[in-house]
Design a protein around this ligand. Structure first.
Ligand code: AGP
Length: 608
Protein backbone atom coordinates (compact mmCIF):
# COMPACT_ATOMS: atom_id res chain seq x y z
CA UNK A 1 0.00 0.00 0.00
CA UNK A 2 3.02 2.18 0.42
CA UNK A 3 5.50 2.80 -2.38
CA UNK A 4 9.27 2.34 -2.44
CA UNK A 5 11.55 3.95 -5.01
CA UNK A 6 15.35 3.97 -5.17
CA UNK A 7 18.08 4.69 -7.67
CA UNK A 8 21.85 4.51 -7.72
CA UNK A 9 24.01 5.89 -10.52
CA UNK A 10 23.62 8.80 -12.90
CA UNK A 11 23.61 12.45 -12.02
CA UNK A 12 20.02 12.86 -10.95
CA UNK A 13 19.01 9.97 -8.69
CA UNK A 14 17.15 12.44 -6.47
CA UNK A 15 14.99 13.62 -9.37
CA UNK A 16 14.48 10.04 -10.58
CA UNK A 17 13.15 8.75 -7.26
CA UNK A 18 10.80 11.74 -6.89
CA UNK A 19 9.44 11.06 -10.38
CA UNK A 20 9.13 7.33 -9.54
CA UNK A 21 7.38 8.15 -6.29
CA UNK A 22 4.78 10.19 -8.17
CA UNK A 23 4.01 7.13 -10.27
CA UNK A 24 3.55 5.08 -7.10
CA UNK A 25 1.48 7.65 -5.28
CA UNK A 26 -1.79 5.96 -6.21
CA UNK A 27 -0.78 3.22 -3.76
CA UNK A 28 -0.53 5.46 -0.70
CA UNK A 29 -0.23 9.15 -0.21
CA UNK A 30 -0.52 10.16 3.45
CA UNK A 31 3.10 11.21 3.80
CA UNK A 32 6.38 10.89 1.95
CA UNK A 33 10.12 11.11 2.42
CA UNK A 34 13.50 10.74 0.77
CA UNK A 35 17.10 10.04 1.75
CA UNK A 36 19.71 11.51 -0.56
CA UNK A 37 23.11 9.86 -0.67
CA UNK A 38 26.11 11.77 0.64
CA UNK A 39 28.08 12.27 3.79
CA UNK A 40 26.08 12.84 5.87
CA UNK A 41 22.94 11.29 4.44
CA UNK A 42 20.25 13.93 3.97
CA UNK A 43 16.68 12.91 4.82
CA UNK A 44 13.57 15.01 4.18
CA UNK A 45 10.10 13.89 5.30
CA UNK A 46 6.70 15.52 5.08
CA UNK A 47 3.09 14.83 5.92
CA UNK A 48 1.17 15.10 2.65
CA UNK A 49 1.75 14.28 -0.98
CA UNK A 50 4.88 13.83 -3.05
CA UNK A 51 4.54 17.28 -4.64
CA UNK A 52 5.02 18.81 -1.15
CA UNK A 53 8.13 16.66 -0.69
CA UNK A 54 9.44 17.84 -4.04
CA UNK A 55 8.89 21.46 -3.02
CA UNK A 56 10.92 20.86 0.16
CA UNK A 57 14.01 19.87 -1.84
CA UNK A 58 16.68 22.20 -3.17
CA UNK A 59 18.14 22.04 -6.70
CA UNK A 60 21.27 20.24 -5.45
CA UNK A 61 19.19 17.50 -3.84
CA UNK A 62 17.95 16.35 -7.21
CA UNK A 63 21.54 15.86 -8.36
CA UNK A 64 22.39 13.26 -5.70
CA UNK A 65 23.74 10.08 -7.33
CA UNK A 66 21.91 7.65 -4.98
CA UNK A 67 18.64 7.97 -3.16
CA UNK A 68 15.75 6.01 -1.70
CA UNK A 69 12.25 7.34 -1.13
CA UNK A 70 8.82 6.28 0.10
CA UNK A 71 5.18 7.26 -0.10
CA UNK A 72 3.15 5.99 2.84
CA UNK A 73 -0.34 4.75 3.67
CA UNK A 74 -0.44 4.90 7.45
CA UNK A 75 -0.93 1.64 9.33
CA UNK A 76 1.22 1.89 12.42
CA UNK A 77 1.15 5.51 13.62
CA UNK A 78 -0.57 8.61 12.26
CA UNK A 79 0.40 10.12 8.88
CA UNK A 80 2.88 12.63 10.34
CA UNK A 81 6.34 13.67 9.13
CA UNK A 82 7.91 11.78 12.09
CA UNK A 83 6.19 8.55 11.07
CA UNK A 84 6.99 9.02 7.37
CA UNK A 85 9.82 6.93 5.90
CA UNK A 86 12.80 6.77 5.51
CA UNK A 87 13.67 5.90 9.11
CA UNK A 88 17.21 6.26 10.38
CA UNK A 89 19.51 4.33 12.68
CA UNK A 90 20.50 6.01 15.94
CA UNK A 91 23.70 7.39 14.42
CA UNK A 92 21.83 8.58 11.31
CA UNK A 93 24.14 6.62 9.00
CA UNK A 94 21.69 3.97 7.88
CA UNK A 95 18.38 4.84 6.24
CA UNK A 96 15.54 2.44 5.47
CA UNK A 97 12.22 2.48 3.65
CA UNK A 98 9.74 -0.31 4.31
CA UNK A 99 6.46 -1.66 2.90
CA UNK A 100 4.44 -4.20 4.85
CA UNK A 101 3.98 -5.06 8.48
CA UNK A 102 6.44 -6.22 11.13
CA UNK A 103 4.41 -8.36 13.46
CA UNK A 104 7.05 -8.69 16.20
CA UNK A 105 8.04 -5.02 16.21
CA UNK A 106 6.88 -4.41 19.81
CA UNK A 107 9.26 -7.01 21.28
CA UNK A 108 12.12 -5.89 19.00
CA UNK A 109 11.56 -2.29 19.99
CA UNK A 110 11.63 -3.22 23.66
CA UNK A 111 14.85 -5.20 23.15
CA UNK A 112 16.50 -2.35 21.22
CA UNK A 113 15.33 0.28 23.69
CA UNK A 114 16.94 -1.89 26.40
CA UNK A 115 20.25 -1.64 24.56
CA UNK A 116 20.03 2.14 24.34
CA UNK A 117 18.30 2.78 21.00
CA UNK A 118 16.00 5.79 20.94
CA UNK A 119 12.94 5.74 18.69
CA UNK A 120 11.52 8.85 17.10
CA UNK A 121 8.36 7.48 15.50
CA UNK A 122 5.39 5.28 16.38
CA UNK A 123 6.01 2.97 13.43
CA UNK A 124 6.91 -0.69 13.27
CA UNK A 125 9.33 0.16 10.44
CA UNK A 126 11.74 2.14 12.60
CA UNK A 127 13.04 -1.03 14.26
CA UNK A 128 14.70 -2.01 10.97
CA UNK A 129 17.48 0.64 10.76
CA UNK A 130 18.15 0.20 14.49
CA UNK A 131 18.42 -3.56 14.12
CA UNK A 132 20.74 -3.19 11.11
CA UNK A 133 22.85 -0.79 13.17
CA UNK A 134 22.99 -3.40 15.92
CA UNK A 135 24.28 -6.02 13.45
CA UNK A 136 26.49 -3.68 11.44
CA UNK A 137 29.97 -5.17 10.93
CA UNK A 138 31.17 -3.17 7.95
CA UNK A 139 29.22 -5.25 5.42
CA UNK A 140 25.85 -3.69 4.53
CA UNK A 141 24.50 -6.85 2.88
CA UNK A 142 25.37 -9.14 5.78
CA UNK A 143 24.15 -6.74 8.47
CA UNK A 144 20.84 -6.10 6.66
CA UNK A 145 20.29 -9.83 6.16
CA UNK A 146 20.99 -10.52 9.84
CA UNK A 147 18.51 -7.83 10.87
CA UNK A 148 15.80 -8.94 8.45
CA UNK A 149 16.02 -12.54 9.64
CA UNK A 150 14.80 -11.30 13.01
CA UNK A 151 11.56 -9.90 11.57
CA UNK A 152 8.28 -11.72 11.30
CA UNK A 153 5.59 -10.44 8.99
CA UNK A 154 5.75 -9.28 5.40
CA UNK A 155 8.14 -6.70 4.11
CA UNK A 156 9.75 -5.07 1.13
CA UNK A 157 12.76 -3.05 2.21
CA UNK A 158 15.44 -0.78 0.74
CA UNK A 159 18.37 0.54 2.78
CA UNK A 160 21.28 2.89 2.16
CA UNK A 161 24.44 3.37 4.21
CA UNK A 162 26.46 6.57 4.55
CA UNK A 163 29.67 4.51 4.62
CA UNK A 164 28.82 2.64 1.40
CA UNK A 165 28.15 5.25 -1.27
CA UNK A 166 26.01 4.30 -4.24
CA UNK A 167 24.98 0.96 -2.71
CA UNK A 168 21.35 0.05 -2.05
CA UNK A 169 20.40 -3.14 -0.24
CA UNK A 170 16.86 -4.35 -0.88
CA UNK A 171 14.89 -7.44 0.09
CA UNK A 172 11.49 -9.00 -0.33
CA UNK A 173 9.55 -11.19 2.08
CA UNK A 174 5.87 -11.38 1.14
CA UNK A 175 5.86 -7.86 -0.31
CA UNK A 176 6.87 -7.10 -3.91
CA UNK A 177 10.25 -5.58 -4.78
CA UNK A 178 11.40 -5.11 -8.34
CA UNK A 179 14.83 -4.07 -9.59
CA UNK A 180 15.39 -2.12 -12.81
CA UNK A 181 18.59 -2.33 -14.85
CA UNK A 182 20.00 0.33 -17.13
CA UNK A 183 23.51 1.24 -18.32
CA UNK A 184 25.23 2.88 -15.35
CA UNK A 185 22.05 3.06 -13.25
CA UNK A 186 20.15 0.58 -11.13
CA UNK A 187 16.68 1.14 -9.71
CA UNK A 188 14.49 -0.43 -7.08
CA UNK A 189 10.76 -0.06 -6.56
CA UNK A 190 7.79 -1.82 -5.04
CA UNK A 191 5.91 -1.71 -8.34
CA UNK A 192 7.05 -1.79 -11.96
CA UNK A 193 4.97 1.34 -12.61
CA UNK A 194 7.78 3.32 -10.98
CA UNK A 195 10.41 1.96 -13.34
CA UNK A 196 8.58 2.15 -16.65
CA UNK A 197 10.03 5.51 -17.83
CA UNK A 198 13.61 4.39 -17.14
CA UNK A 199 14.03 0.81 -18.16
CA UNK A 200 12.32 -2.26 -19.55
CA UNK A 201 14.78 -4.76 -18.03
CA UNK A 202 13.64 -5.87 -14.60
CA UNK A 203 14.33 -8.48 -11.96
CA UNK A 204 11.45 -9.34 -9.65
CA UNK A 205 12.87 -10.37 -6.30
CA UNK A 206 11.37 -13.65 -5.15
CA UNK A 207 10.14 -14.21 -1.66
CA UNK A 208 13.15 -14.51 0.67
CA UNK A 209 15.69 -12.82 -1.61
CA UNK A 210 17.99 -9.92 -0.83
CA UNK A 211 19.97 -7.86 -3.36
CA UNK A 212 22.96 -5.52 -3.48
CA UNK A 213 22.52 -2.77 -6.05
CA UNK A 214 25.27 -0.58 -7.42
CA UNK A 215 25.34 1.58 -10.56
CA UNK A 216 26.83 -1.45 -12.34
CA UNK A 217 23.89 -3.77 -11.65
CA UNK A 218 22.37 -6.12 -9.10
CA UNK A 219 23.58 -9.19 -7.23
CA UNK A 220 20.90 -11.41 -5.76
CA UNK A 221 21.27 -13.66 -2.69
CA UNK A 222 19.14 -15.90 -0.55
CA UNK A 223 18.18 -14.02 2.59
CA UNK A 224 18.47 -17.22 4.63
CA UNK A 225 22.17 -17.93 3.97
CA UNK A 226 23.42 -15.29 1.48
CA UNK A 227 23.90 -17.94 -1.17
CA UNK A 228 24.23 -16.16 -4.56
CA UNK A 229 21.20 -16.60 -6.84
CA UNK A 230 21.24 -16.23 -10.59
CA UNK A 231 18.81 -13.41 -11.40
CA UNK A 232 15.98 -13.88 -13.86
CA UNK A 233 15.83 -10.76 -16.01
CA UNK A 234 12.52 -10.11 -17.74
CA UNK A 235 11.20 -7.43 -20.07
CA UNK A 236 8.50 -5.05 -18.94
CA UNK A 237 5.39 -5.27 -21.08
CA UNK A 238 4.77 -2.08 -23.01
CA UNK A 239 1.49 -1.11 -21.35
CA UNK A 240 3.09 -0.61 -17.94
CA UNK A 241 4.50 2.65 -19.28
CA UNK A 242 0.99 4.02 -19.88
CA UNK A 243 0.52 6.11 -16.78
CA UNK A 244 -0.72 9.42 -18.04
CA UNK A 245 -4.22 10.85 -17.91
CA UNK A 246 -4.52 11.02 -21.70
CA UNK A 247 -6.07 14.49 -21.59
CA UNK A 248 -8.68 13.60 -18.95
CA UNK A 249 -8.88 15.57 -15.73
CA UNK A 250 -8.60 12.42 -13.62
CA UNK A 251 -7.42 8.83 -14.06
CA UNK A 252 -10.85 7.71 -12.86
CA UNK A 253 -12.64 9.40 -15.76
CA UNK A 254 -10.05 8.09 -18.21
CA UNK A 255 -10.48 4.58 -16.83
CA UNK A 256 -14.29 4.80 -16.95
CA UNK A 257 -14.06 5.90 -20.59
CA UNK A 258 -11.68 3.03 -21.43
CA UNK A 259 -14.29 0.41 -20.53
CA UNK A 260 -15.55 -0.41 -24.04
CA UNK A 261 -11.97 -1.20 -25.05
CA UNK A 262 -11.27 -3.13 -21.84
CA UNK A 263 -14.36 -5.28 -22.37
CA UNK A 264 -13.24 -5.96 -25.94
CA UNK A 265 -9.84 -7.00 -24.59
CA UNK A 266 -11.42 -9.25 -21.97
CA UNK A 267 -13.47 -10.92 -24.72
CA UNK A 268 -10.75 -11.10 -27.38
CA UNK A 269 -10.01 -14.67 -28.49
CA UNK A 270 -12.33 -16.03 -25.79
CA UNK A 271 -15.53 -16.45 -27.84
CA UNK A 272 -15.81 -19.69 -29.82
CA UNK A 273 -18.85 -19.36 -32.06
CA UNK A 274 -18.25 -22.66 -33.80
CA UNK A 275 -18.55 -24.67 -30.64
CA UNK A 276 -20.87 -22.17 -28.95
CA UNK A 277 -18.71 -21.69 -25.88
CA UNK A 278 -16.16 -19.51 -24.19
CA UNK A 279 -12.44 -20.26 -24.27
CA UNK A 280 -10.51 -19.68 -21.05
CA UNK A 281 -7.22 -21.60 -21.17
CA UNK A 282 -6.14 -19.67 -18.07
CA UNK A 283 -8.61 -21.72 -16.02
CA UNK A 284 -6.24 -24.65 -16.36
CA UNK A 285 -8.98 -27.30 -16.07
CA UNK A 286 -9.76 -29.88 -18.73
CA UNK A 287 -13.46 -30.30 -19.73
CA UNK A 288 -13.52 -33.45 -17.63
CA UNK A 289 -12.06 -31.69 -14.58
CA UNK A 290 -14.47 -28.78 -15.01
CA UNK A 291 -17.38 -31.21 -15.22
CA UNK A 292 -16.35 -32.60 -11.83
CA UNK A 293 -16.56 -29.17 -10.15
CA UNK A 294 -19.50 -29.41 -7.77
CA UNK A 295 -19.18 -26.01 -6.10
CA UNK A 296 -17.48 -22.70 -6.79
CA UNK A 297 -16.25 -20.42 -4.06
CA UNK A 298 -15.36 -16.84 -5.01
CA UNK A 299 -13.15 -14.90 -2.58
CA UNK A 300 -12.22 -11.23 -2.78
CA UNK A 301 -12.56 -7.83 -1.13
CA UNK A 302 -14.34 -4.56 -1.86
CA UNK A 303 -15.36 -4.13 -5.48
CA UNK A 304 -14.05 -7.59 -6.29
CA UNK A 305 -16.61 -9.08 -3.88
CA UNK A 306 -19.36 -7.15 -5.63
CA UNK A 307 -18.19 -8.47 -9.01
CA UNK A 308 -18.13 -11.95 -7.45
CA UNK A 309 -21.74 -11.60 -6.25
CA UNK A 310 -22.88 -10.59 -9.74
CA UNK A 311 -20.78 -13.40 -11.23
CA UNK A 312 -22.46 -15.92 -8.93
CA UNK A 313 -25.83 -15.08 -10.56
CA UNK A 314 -24.33 -15.87 -13.96
CA UNK A 315 -22.65 -19.10 -12.91
CA UNK A 316 -25.68 -20.43 -11.05
CA UNK A 317 -28.02 -19.24 -13.80
CA UNK A 318 -26.08 -20.61 -16.76
CA UNK A 319 -24.16 -23.54 -15.34
CA UNK A 320 -26.28 -24.60 -12.39
CA UNK A 321 -23.22 -24.89 -10.15
CA UNK A 322 -23.79 -23.63 -6.59
CA UNK A 323 -21.60 -20.61 -5.84
CA UNK A 324 -20.73 -18.99 -2.54
CA UNK A 325 -19.05 -15.60 -2.38
CA UNK A 326 -16.75 -15.03 0.56
CA UNK A 327 -15.09 -12.03 2.06
CA UNK A 328 -11.46 -13.03 1.79
CA UNK A 329 -10.79 -11.44 5.20
CA UNK A 330 -13.04 -14.00 6.92
CA UNK A 331 -12.21 -16.98 4.78
CA UNK A 332 -9.18 -18.39 6.52
CA UNK A 333 -10.42 -17.71 10.04
CA UNK A 334 -13.57 -19.78 9.85
CA UNK A 335 -11.99 -23.05 8.80
CA UNK A 336 -13.94 -23.29 5.54
CA UNK A 337 -15.07 -26.66 4.24
CA UNK A 338 -13.55 -27.32 0.82
CA UNK A 339 -14.19 -30.55 -1.00
CA UNK A 340 -11.77 -31.74 -3.68
CA UNK A 341 -14.44 -30.78 -6.25
CA UNK A 342 -14.57 -27.15 -5.08
CA UNK A 343 -13.13 -24.61 -7.48
CA UNK A 344 -11.92 -21.47 -5.72
CA UNK A 345 -11.80 -18.23 -7.68
CA UNK A 346 -9.61 -15.51 -6.18
CA UNK A 347 -10.86 -12.22 -7.59
CA UNK A 348 -8.46 -9.32 -7.28
CA UNK A 349 -7.59 -6.38 -9.48
CA UNK A 350 -4.17 -5.81 -7.93
CA UNK A 351 -3.33 -9.37 -7.04
CA UNK A 352 -1.71 -8.06 -3.87
CA UNK A 353 -4.64 -7.70 -1.45
CA UNK A 354 -3.36 -9.33 1.74
CA UNK A 355 -6.67 -10.93 2.72
CA UNK A 356 -7.13 -12.45 -0.73
CA UNK A 357 -3.52 -13.69 -0.76
CA UNK A 358 -4.24 -15.39 2.58
CA UNK A 359 -7.44 -16.93 1.18
CA UNK A 360 -5.50 -18.34 -1.78
CA UNK A 361 -2.96 -19.93 0.57
CA UNK A 362 -5.70 -21.35 2.81
CA UNK A 363 -7.62 -22.82 -0.13
CA UNK A 364 -4.52 -24.35 -1.69
CA UNK A 365 -3.41 -25.81 1.63
CA UNK A 366 -6.79 -27.57 1.76
CA UNK A 367 -6.26 -29.07 -1.66
CA UNK A 368 -8.67 -26.92 -3.69
CA UNK A 369 -7.85 -25.79 -7.23
CA UNK A 370 -7.43 -22.01 -7.09
CA UNK A 371 -7.87 -19.85 -10.17
CA UNK A 372 -6.87 -16.20 -9.89
CA UNK A 373 -8.84 -13.67 -11.89
CA UNK A 374 -6.41 -10.83 -11.80
CA UNK A 375 -5.37 -7.68 -13.62
CA UNK A 376 -1.68 -7.90 -12.68
CA UNK A 377 -0.20 -11.10 -14.00
CA UNK A 378 3.05 -10.76 -12.10
CA UNK A 379 1.26 -10.26 -8.77
CA UNK A 380 1.47 -12.46 -5.69
CA UNK A 381 -2.03 -13.90 -6.15
CA UNK A 382 -1.42 -14.67 -9.82
CA UNK A 383 1.88 -16.33 -8.97
CA UNK A 384 0.57 -18.38 -6.06
CA UNK A 385 -2.70 -19.57 -7.61
CA UNK A 386 -2.86 -22.80 -9.61
CA UNK A 387 -3.97 -20.90 -12.69
CA UNK A 388 -4.65 -17.33 -13.81
CA UNK A 389 -7.28 -15.75 -16.03
CA UNK A 390 -5.99 -12.25 -16.80
CA UNK A 391 -8.42 -9.32 -16.87
CA UNK A 392 -6.40 -7.48 -19.55
CA UNK A 393 -7.79 -4.11 -18.40
CA UNK A 394 -4.42 -2.36 -18.44
CA UNK A 395 -3.06 -0.44 -15.43
CA UNK A 396 -5.76 1.06 -13.22
CA UNK A 397 -4.33 3.98 -11.28
CA UNK A 398 -7.36 5.63 -9.74
CA UNK A 399 -8.01 4.17 -6.30
CA UNK A 400 -11.64 3.52 -7.21
CA UNK A 401 -11.94 0.34 -9.24
CA UNK A 402 -13.91 0.93 -12.45
CA UNK A 403 -12.62 -0.77 -15.58
CA UNK A 404 -11.31 -3.73 -13.63
CA UNK A 405 -14.75 -4.21 -12.06
CA UNK A 406 -16.47 -4.48 -15.45
CA UNK A 407 -13.64 -6.68 -16.75
CA UNK A 408 -14.17 -9.01 -13.77
CA UNK A 409 -17.86 -9.20 -14.69
CA UNK A 410 -16.94 -10.11 -18.27
CA UNK A 411 -14.55 -12.87 -17.21
CA UNK A 412 -17.08 -14.36 -14.79
CA UNK A 413 -19.75 -14.25 -17.53
CA UNK A 414 -17.39 -16.19 -19.81
CA UNK A 415 -16.62 -18.66 -17.06
CA UNK A 416 -20.36 -19.18 -16.53
CA UNK A 417 -20.80 -19.80 -20.25
CA UNK A 418 -17.93 -22.25 -20.38
CA UNK A 419 -19.10 -24.14 -17.31
CA UNK A 420 -22.68 -24.06 -18.63
CA UNK A 421 -21.69 -25.56 -21.98
CA UNK A 422 -19.72 -28.14 -20.09
CA UNK A 423 -23.04 -29.16 -18.53
CA UNK A 424 -26.44 -28.69 -20.07
CA UNK A 425 -26.50 -25.21 -21.60
CA UNK A 426 -27.85 -25.65 -25.16
CA UNK A 427 -25.73 -24.58 -28.12
CA UNK A 428 -28.40 -22.09 -29.30
CA UNK A 429 -28.62 -20.36 -25.92
CA UNK A 430 -24.86 -20.18 -25.64
CA UNK A 431 -24.55 -18.80 -29.17
CA UNK A 432 -27.01 -16.04 -28.28
CA UNK A 433 -25.06 -15.28 -25.09
CA UNK A 434 -21.84 -15.06 -27.10
CA UNK A 435 -23.41 -12.62 -29.56
CA UNK A 436 -24.72 -10.55 -26.67
CA UNK A 437 -21.27 -10.47 -25.10
CA UNK A 438 -19.88 -9.11 -28.35
CA UNK A 439 -22.35 -6.24 -28.06
CA UNK A 440 -21.17 -5.22 -24.59
CA UNK A 441 -18.56 -2.63 -25.67
CA UNK A 442 -21.25 -0.84 -27.75
CA UNK A 443 -23.73 -0.98 -24.88
CA UNK A 444 -21.18 0.58 -22.54
CA UNK A 445 -20.41 3.23 -25.14
CA UNK A 446 -24.10 4.16 -25.10
CA UNK A 447 -23.94 4.69 -21.35
CA UNK A 448 -20.80 6.81 -21.71
CA UNK A 449 -22.69 8.97 -24.21
CA UNK A 450 -25.09 9.78 -21.37
CA UNK A 451 -22.26 11.36 -19.34
CA UNK A 452 -23.56 14.96 -19.69
CA UNK A 453 -27.03 13.98 -18.41
CA UNK A 454 -25.53 11.93 -15.57
CA UNK A 455 -23.27 14.87 -14.67
CA UNK A 456 -26.29 17.18 -14.47
CA UNK A 457 -28.04 14.76 -12.11
CA UNK A 458 -24.95 14.35 -9.94
CA UNK A 459 -24.73 18.13 -9.64
CA UNK A 460 -28.41 18.35 -8.74
CA UNK A 461 -27.90 16.04 -5.76
CA UNK A 462 -24.44 17.21 -4.80
CA UNK A 463 -25.54 18.49 -1.39
CA UNK A 464 -26.83 15.12 -0.22
CA UNK A 465 -25.02 13.75 2.83
CA UNK A 466 -26.68 10.33 2.88
CA UNK A 467 -27.78 8.15 0.01
CA UNK A 468 -29.18 4.68 -0.53
CA UNK A 469 -28.67 2.44 -3.55
CA UNK A 470 -31.15 -0.36 -4.08
CA UNK A 471 -31.47 -3.21 -6.54
CA UNK A 472 -32.77 -6.76 -6.85
CA UNK A 473 -31.32 -9.91 -8.35
CA UNK A 474 -28.01 -9.31 -10.03
CA UNK A 475 -28.53 -5.54 -9.75
CA UNK A 476 -28.22 -5.83 -5.97
CA UNK A 477 -24.39 -6.23 -6.19
CA UNK A 478 -24.40 -3.24 -8.55
CA UNK A 479 -26.22 -1.24 -5.86
CA UNK A 480 -23.47 -2.25 -3.41
CA UNK A 481 -20.82 -1.20 -5.90
CA UNK A 482 -22.52 2.11 -6.71
CA UNK A 483 -22.68 2.98 -3.02
CA UNK A 484 -19.03 1.98 -2.52
CA UNK A 485 -17.95 4.19 -5.44
CA UNK A 486 -19.85 7.17 -4.06
CA UNK A 487 -18.61 6.87 -0.49
CA UNK A 488 -14.97 6.18 -1.29
CA UNK A 489 -14.44 9.18 -3.54
CA UNK A 490 -16.94 11.74 -2.21
CA UNK A 491 -16.96 10.87 1.54
CA UNK A 492 -20.75 10.92 1.49
CA UNK A 493 -22.46 8.20 3.45
CA UNK A 494 -23.95 5.76 0.95
CA UNK A 495 -25.41 2.32 1.56
CA UNK A 496 -26.23 -0.39 -0.90
CA UNK A 497 -29.24 -2.53 -0.01
CA UNK A 498 -31.32 -5.22 -1.53
CA UNK A 499 -34.45 -3.30 -2.55
CA UNK A 500 -36.67 -5.63 -0.55
CA UNK A 501 -34.54 -5.30 2.56
CA UNK A 502 -35.00 -1.57 2.88
CA UNK A 503 -38.27 -1.91 4.71
CA UNK A 504 -36.67 -4.18 7.28
CA UNK A 505 -34.95 -1.27 9.00
CA UNK A 506 -33.06 1.23 6.84
CA UNK A 507 -36.29 2.79 5.57
CA UNK A 508 -36.42 4.53 8.97
CA UNK A 509 -33.61 6.78 7.70
CA UNK A 510 -35.44 8.01 4.61
CA UNK A 511 -36.79 11.53 4.28
CA UNK A 512 -36.65 14.33 1.72
CA UNK A 513 -32.91 14.77 2.30
CA UNK A 514 -31.93 11.18 1.56
CA UNK A 515 -31.94 10.35 -2.16
CA UNK A 516 -32.36 6.74 -3.23
CA UNK A 517 -30.74 5.42 -6.40
CA UNK A 518 -32.91 2.54 -7.61
CA UNK A 519 -31.72 0.07 -10.26
CA UNK A 520 -34.57 -1.20 -12.38
CA UNK A 521 -34.58 -3.97 -14.96
CA UNK A 522 -38.14 -4.01 -16.34
CA UNK A 523 -37.47 -7.56 -17.57
CA UNK A 524 -36.45 -8.91 -14.20
CA UNK A 525 -38.44 -8.16 -11.05
CA UNK A 526 -39.16 -4.69 -12.48
CA UNK A 527 -42.62 -4.46 -10.91
CA UNK A 528 -41.22 -5.45 -7.57
CA UNK A 529 -38.52 -2.76 -7.61
CA UNK A 530 -41.22 -0.26 -8.56
CA UNK A 531 -43.07 -1.31 -5.43
CA UNK A 532 -39.92 -0.64 -3.43
CA UNK A 533 -39.49 2.75 -5.14
CA UNK A 534 -43.06 3.60 -4.16
CA UNK A 535 -42.17 2.85 -0.54
CA UNK A 536 -39.30 5.33 -0.78
CA UNK A 537 -41.43 8.00 -2.43
CA UNK A 538 -44.03 7.60 0.30
CA UNK A 539 -41.29 8.64 2.78
CA UNK A 540 -40.57 11.70 0.58
CA UNK A 541 -37.14 10.38 -0.45
CA UNK A 542 -36.09 11.72 -3.87
CA UNK A 543 -35.54 8.79 -6.24
CA UNK A 544 -33.04 8.53 -9.09
CA UNK A 545 -33.96 5.53 -11.21
CA UNK A 546 -31.41 3.75 -13.37
CA UNK A 547 -33.61 1.99 -15.87
CA UNK A 548 -32.71 -0.57 -18.52
CA UNK A 549 -34.53 0.35 -21.72
CA UNK A 550 -36.85 3.18 -22.52
CA UNK A 551 -39.76 2.69 -20.18
CA UNK A 552 -40.25 2.38 -16.49
CA UNK A 553 -42.29 -0.77 -15.88
CA UNK A 554 -44.90 1.18 -14.00
CA UNK A 555 -46.16 4.77 -14.06
CA UNK A 556 -44.18 6.24 -11.19
CA UNK A 557 -43.70 9.90 -10.35
CA UNK A 558 -39.91 9.64 -10.79
CA UNK A 559 -38.41 12.38 -12.91
CA UNK A 560 -34.72 11.74 -12.40
CA UNK A 561 -34.00 8.83 -14.66
CA UNK A 562 -30.71 7.51 -16.02
CA UNK A 563 -31.51 5.32 -19.02
CA UNK A 564 -29.14 2.52 -19.88
CA UNK A 565 -29.62 0.22 -22.87
CA UNK A 566 -31.77 -2.86 -22.45
CA UNK A 567 -29.67 -6.00 -22.73
CA UNK A 568 -29.34 -9.55 -21.51
CA UNK A 569 -29.92 -9.68 -17.78
CA UNK A 570 -26.53 -11.35 -17.31
CA UNK A 571 -24.75 -8.37 -18.87
CA UNK A 572 -26.84 -5.61 -17.32
CA UNK A 573 -24.65 -5.33 -14.17
CA UNK A 574 -21.69 -4.20 -16.32
CA UNK A 575 -23.83 -1.69 -18.19
CA UNK A 576 -25.57 -0.26 -15.11
CA UNK A 577 -22.32 -0.09 -13.12
CA UNK A 578 -20.84 2.31 -15.66
CA UNK A 579 -23.72 4.75 -15.09
CA UNK A 580 -23.13 4.65 -11.34
CA UNK A 581 -19.37 5.12 -11.78
CA UNK A 582 -20.07 8.27 -13.81
CA UNK A 583 -22.57 9.48 -11.21
CA UNK A 584 -20.04 8.99 -8.38
CA UNK A 585 -17.28 10.63 -10.40
CA UNK A 586 -19.23 13.79 -11.24
CA UNK A 587 -20.67 13.95 -7.71
CA UNK A 588 -17.20 13.81 -6.11
CA UNK A 589 -15.74 16.21 -8.64
CA UNK A 590 -18.49 18.75 -7.93
CA UNK A 591 -17.70 18.50 -4.24
CA UNK A 592 -14.07 19.27 -5.00
CA UNK A 593 -12.81 15.91 -3.72
CA UNK A 594 -9.49 14.34 -4.55
CA UNK A 595 -11.04 11.84 -6.96
CA UNK A 596 -8.03 9.68 -7.81
CA UNK A 597 -6.52 9.68 -4.35
CA UNK A 598 -9.34 9.80 -1.82
CA UNK A 599 -8.42 10.31 1.80
CA UNK A 600 -7.50 7.28 3.93
CA UNK A 601 -7.49 4.87 0.99
CA UNK A 602 -4.84 3.07 -1.04
CA UNK A 603 -5.00 1.20 -4.31
CA UNK A 604 -3.81 -2.14 -3.07
CA UNK A 605 -4.44 -3.12 0.51
CA UNK A 606 -1.45 -5.21 1.48
CA UNK A 607 -2.19 -5.43 5.20
CA UNK A 608 -4.83 -7.52 6.93
C1 AGP B 1 -12.58 -0.35 -5.03
O1 AGP B 1 -13.01 0.84 -5.57
C2 AGP B 1 -11.78 -0.22 -3.83
N1 AGP B 1 -10.76 0.73 -3.94
C3 AGP B 1 -11.45 -1.49 -3.08
O2 AGP B 1 -12.64 -1.89 -2.48
C4 AGP B 1 -10.85 -2.70 -3.83
O3 AGP B 1 -11.78 -3.21 -4.72
C5 AGP B 1 -10.42 -3.76 -2.81
O4 AGP B 1 -9.43 -3.22 -1.99
C6 AGP B 1 -9.94 -5.04 -3.45
O5 AGP B 1 -8.83 -4.81 -4.25
P1 AGP B 1 -8.30 -5.91 -5.27
O6 AGP B 1 -9.36 -6.14 -6.28
O7 AGP B 1 -7.05 -5.29 -5.83
O8 AGP B 1 -8.01 -7.15 -4.48
Amino acid sequence: MCGIAGCTGGLSAGAVVIASLKRLEYRGYDSAGITLGGSPLRTVKISGKVCSLERSLGPDDCLATWAIAHTRWATCGAPTAENAHPHLSGDGRISVVHNGIIENFAELREELTGSGHVFLSETDSEVIPHLIEEYYDGDPLRSTASALRRLSGAFGVAAVFERHPETIICASVGSPVVIGLDDGRTFVASDVQALAPYTRRVIRLKDGEIARLTPCGAEIFSLADLRPIRPEISDLPVETSVADKGGFEHFMLKEIMEQPECCSNALKGRLDFDRGTAVLPGLGLSPRELARVSRILIAGCGSSIHAGLAGAYCIEGLAGIPVSVEQASEFRYRNPVLEPETLVIALSQSGETADTVAAVREARSKGAWVTAVCNVEASTIAREADSVIPLRAGPELSVAATKTFTSQLVVLYLLALLAGRNRRLPFETASRLLREAEELPCLIREVLDEAPAIKALAEKYVRAEDMFYIGRGNLYPVALEGALKLKEISYVHAEGYHAAELKHGPIALLDELVPVVALVNPEDEGEKVCGNIRECLARKAPVIAVVAGKDMPDALPVRDIIRVPACSRFLLPAVAAVALQLFAYFFARSRGCSVDQPRNLAKSVTVE
